[in-house]
Design a protein around this ligand. Sequence first.
Ligand code: PEP
Ligand code: MG
Length: 756
Amino acid sequence: MPVGGLTTRGPRNLLRQIREAMAGASPAQDRLDTVVRIIAQSMVAEVCSIYLRRASGDLELFATQGLKPEAVHKTRLRPGEGLVGEVARSAAPISLSDAPSHPSFSYRPETGEDPYHAFLGAPLLRGGRAIGVLVVQNRSERRYDEEEVEDIQTIAMVLAETVASGELLGQEELRDIEVAPHRPERLKGQAFAEGLAYGHVVLHEAPVPPENLLAENQQVEEIRLREALIGLKANIDAMLEGGQGKLAGQSFEVLETYRMFADDRGWNRSLEEAVRTGLTAEAAVDRVRNEHRARFAKARDPYIKERLHDFEDLANRLLRVLAGDSPGERDLPPDSILVARNLGPADLLEYPRHKIRGLLLEEGSAASHAAIVARALQIPCVGRLMGLRDRLSEGDLVIVDGETGEAYLRPRPDMLSAVQSRMEVRSHRQAEFAKLRDTPAITADGQRITLHTNAGLAVDLENLDATGAEGIGLFRTEFQFMVSEELPRLDSQTALYKLVLDTAGTRPVTFRTLDIGGDKVLPYLETTEREENPALGRRAIRLGLDRPGLLRLQLRALLTAAAGRELRVMFPMIATVDEFRAARELVDVECAWAKRRGRELPALLRVGAMIECPSLLWHLDALLPLTDFVSIGTNDLFQYMFAADRTNPLVSDRYDPMSPPALRALAEIQRKCADTGTPVSVCGELAGRPLEAFALLTLGFTRLSAPAGGVGPVKRMILSADLAAARRGMANLLGSSSASIRGELETLARKLNVAI
Ligand code: PEP
Ligand code: MG
């Protein structure tokens, strides 16, 4: 037998011995001592030690064969300290032929480890988190080969699951070991989709149950794995054939990518290899997933991170196939709160909507795929919750607070009842809004207001009926691109726009051309290198004009979809009149192209500009005559006016749009539009907030486009508002020297009994 190698390929016999040792009736410490002894023997190592992580984060030596016994429960390493700490921190194995010469080596005299040179450590991973470290050491300066590194990871995995399940150590010994957090905790993140929910955790990356780790029969497991892989591919193929249109027609590209990854040789080989070390098919999938996580976790490149994501997603699907469920048919409790590191474009849509009450994400951003879909489905969602997955177990009770951007893990009863009463108030209010659905939006003094909604995905269309919005004032076409893994083709763009127009029927829809670039990077779109200031970079129409092929393709899809009916299209981020001219010219070029081919054109074509760049404020006289309508994107207009990045939490709240400069700018645009008879609407987020929308009405705006959740509250405000009186009050407030007139505005609204 080679030095340090296992007697037979794969640690199957060893794993069996470990399980037998663990099942014994002797005290936990004796059993642990037996475990390290048999690992040392089997791996022909002079030392084998197990370190477990205490709640403090320290790694404590729990059992050793070869180091001094008196060091057990005495030697403790802080997170990141020494090689053991480094293994835990990086959640990846470390193999060294001469450990003492490594910069991370930390000498502990009480252990007597000076004579040992070779070091091989593997993390005890649970859900991608290190709960301990397994180490073998040899006196000689030897190199552990790939198989040994592989084997120790398998052993570490089995140990991790048995420690965590309480099989190895009793509850008493486990009390302070960080295997499964049990205290109430509050995590602060970012609200991605508003609303409140509570329920039980369902982990998107479901763990493999510990009793299901070791293979009874390796050949059977190999066959199970092979068949599951075939099943997985068949599932993806079936979805490729039948599932189009589900996600704005885009799951097709996503699934094509998954199909490609499912065929990935490296992935398939790692899975087979892991089964050969004695694991069940499920455990093999889990192990390979953990390795991928550890490897990719350090990558900064968003493209590489996305690839990790694809593999994670595939691993989850494969586990579901192995469990006998077809993907998307997982048995969920009716009050599920889905918890994931991040979610891919199609993931959320595959869960049964009525069972998912909320969504918690460790990563992501408000503009991420999952957040967009969550908002469209009106599922409360909080993201950017650091360490979330480490602090939760399947089945834990959690609260999703999409109002404050917080998550309460295992909340105390008083916290839960506080949230329940907030939810009651909310649902009462929602019912009130629903009653207003078919009531026209007319102010108390008879002013007709056009109230539209913002949308971006096919699933948003459901909201159109539910909210009673009179049309779509802003259809963000880039969402289709963002939830797609590759550039949506002409036919899928056309299909989506057609679906939108068909669903909207007689209700008008304003399509906004692609607003990508800057921080909305599409991995498949080769643009130039990363930009220093993405918000001020080559975004939206700038990219569209630089890549006219892209914009023309989109315009062609829009023109085709709207053949014989009205098409309203507007361009984002217009900063100069020339940009609008150039963009509009492309529309003409596409119309001429369609005409030459004898294609039917839209019955009515309206081309507009978004006012999002302050520069336009001083050139409206030149711009307005060229446009059929304009729409004010206040989210961007104010970020540029106040020089405060809207995506940066450090600065995004520093100014208040309810301030004289912001409101005066809006008033100016409104006045110029009225003078030239140019229809103008406001489609930024603030149009969906009653107080802000009230301010807009007092400035003379009569067209608003609000996020779906804002339509009801804004309509209620409209019905209660007497604008004639409010306008006089507002005129005075605009003269204020304060940075915010929010308080005064509230007072005014209350005095006039406006429902804000
Ligand atoms: C805006 O900027 O206000 C707007 C509506 O566009 P987006 O939020 O998509 O940038
Ligand atoms: Mg914008």
